[in-house]
Design a protein around this ligand. Structure first.
Ligand SMILES: Nc1ncnc2c1ncn2[C@@H]1O[C@H](COP(=O)(O)OP(=O)(O)OP(=O)(O)O)[C@@H](O)[C@H]1O
Length: 307
């Protein structure tokens, strides 16, 4: 699949502090990319750089395979975005706001505006002034505005902020429709793991400005199976024995003393007996269950795993 967004060593220094550090990010065509990280991790800054609203201090950005430059305009017309809380002309109606935006972007299509309002379920409120909208309605109108220019890529910064549970559910379904039925690519940020988990095909985890993981949800789910953790001073030998004597194919080393075994038919006691017989000392061995929370917590804490 082709990359719609690709960054290399993307870095931003603000007030002498590196708030985004050497980010290599790949968003593939047609997928929903969940950009997950705690508040202040750098999500908004990365998104602003992708939209040419903030100039990177260092690194490169490619959108649709083309390098993003200061004077890039055309490529940005292929993107719809909603960054932080959307701002509108409060005295104008919802429809007038979208019309104005469309004309500004050089793409005004009344049918697209009606379709966009319909998609976010604001049909019927389009002649209301925005000042009478609730926070959730404004959030949905922000999404309609992003959609009204028929973008190929949607960049949405914490789009579920301000929505009630029903609104969150509708938004989630809409993201899936846009991706699966309209073939749009979505880059969606959130600090809520449960949200990203439910919509994303790929997750990019950002912590203190660094992209600490970029992985498909499918891979994560597969890795969440139970595993046996072995702590040994003879890591190399243990790995050799697992692979060649015990025919274990799926295991990984964590640091220089720990191994995780995923696919063994053997119980911890059988495994330790077999390893000891081969001259591997065992300091600890036990069965563990992985959860999505523990997986991400580990990434954010900086406990990177090495396959
Ligand atoms: N204009 C600015 N000047 C100085 N520091 C800034 C500026 N904008 C953001 N920062 C800092 O950069 C860091 C990253 O902020 P950013 O808004 O990108 O994070 P975020 O992951 O989007 O978090 P949030 O969801 O809270 O907005 C934060 O520590 C923030 O305080």
């Amino acid at each position: 699949m082709t990359a719609v967004v690709q960054t290399k060593r993307l870095t931003k220094v603000l007030n002498g502090r590196e708030v985004v550090s050497g980010v290599h990010m790949n968003v593939r065509q047609g997928e929903i990319y969940g950009f997950l990280g705690p508040n202040g991790a750098g999500k908004t800054t990365v998104m602003r750089m992708l939209l040419n609203l903030v100039k990177p201090t260092d690194g490169r950005i490619e959108l649709f395979g083309e390098p993003l430059q200061e004077e890039s305009v055309e490529v940005l017309k292929r993107i719809g975005s909603m960054i932080e809380y959307p701002v509108f002309y409060e005295k104008l109606t919802a429809y007038e706001n979208l019309e104005l935006h469309g004309r500004y972007m050089g793409f005004y299509d009344p049918k697209m505006i009606r379709d966009a309002l319909d998609l976010v379920q604001l049909t019927g409120s389009e002649r209301k002034r925005v000042k009478d909208f609730s926070l959730g309605m404004k959030q949905r109108l922000g999404l309609a505005r992003a959609l009204a220019t028929k973008p190929e890529l949607l960049i949405l910064d914490e789009p579920i902020n301000g929505l009630d549970p029903a609104g969150i559910r509708e938004m989630r379904m809409l993201f899936k429709t846009l991706s699966r039925e309209y073939g749009m690519t979505l880059l969606v940020s959130s600090h809520i793991l449960g949200e990203i988990e439910q919509i994303a095909d790929t997750v990019g985890v950002i912590s203190e400005g660094r992209l600490v993981d970029e992985v498909s949800m499918e891979t994560i789910r597969r890795s969440l199976s139970d595993y046996i953790e072995i702590v040994t001073p003879h890591l190399q030998r243990a790995a050799f024995v697992l692979e060649h004597s015990l025919n274990v194919t799926s295991f990984k080393t964590m640091g220089d003393r720990t191994l995780r075994v995923y696919d063994s038919e053997l119980s911890p006691s059988e495994l330790s007996k077999a390893l000891i017989l081969e001259g591997v000392a065992i300091e600890e061995i036990h069965k563990k269950a992985n959860t999505l929370e523990s997986y991400f917590f580990q990434q954010i804490r900086g406990g990177r795993e090495h396959a």
